[in-house]
Design a binder for this molecule. Structure first.
Ligand SMILES: [Zn+2]
Length: 76
């Protein structure tokens, strides 16, 4: 257990080589690289999903607007 550190994020001990010291609210704490990377990826994935959803909504709103302005479009 000599080469492990307590990870405040997981509430577990991980090998020292997998840990990074970070500062939160003025306190230094150890957090594992895995959880840091997972959080980063999670945020990127959420942002990508958010962008995608916004684009889809925009395209949908636009086609609905076109249909409203040109009703003959739909019956053709
Ligand atoms: Zn951890």
């Amino acid at each position: 257990m000599a080469d492990t550190l307590y990870c405040y994020h997981c509430g577990q001990h991980h090998p020292k080589t997998e840990m990074r010291q970070i500062e939160t609210k003025g306190a230094r704490r150890w957090r594992c690289i895995k959880s840091i990377e997972a959080a980063k990826k999670g945020r990127e994935a959420r942002e990508a999903f958010g962008r995608q959803t916004t684009d889809t909504n925009k395209a949908e709103a636009q086609s609905k607007l076109k249909a409203l302005l040109n009703p003959e479009w739909l019956s053709d």
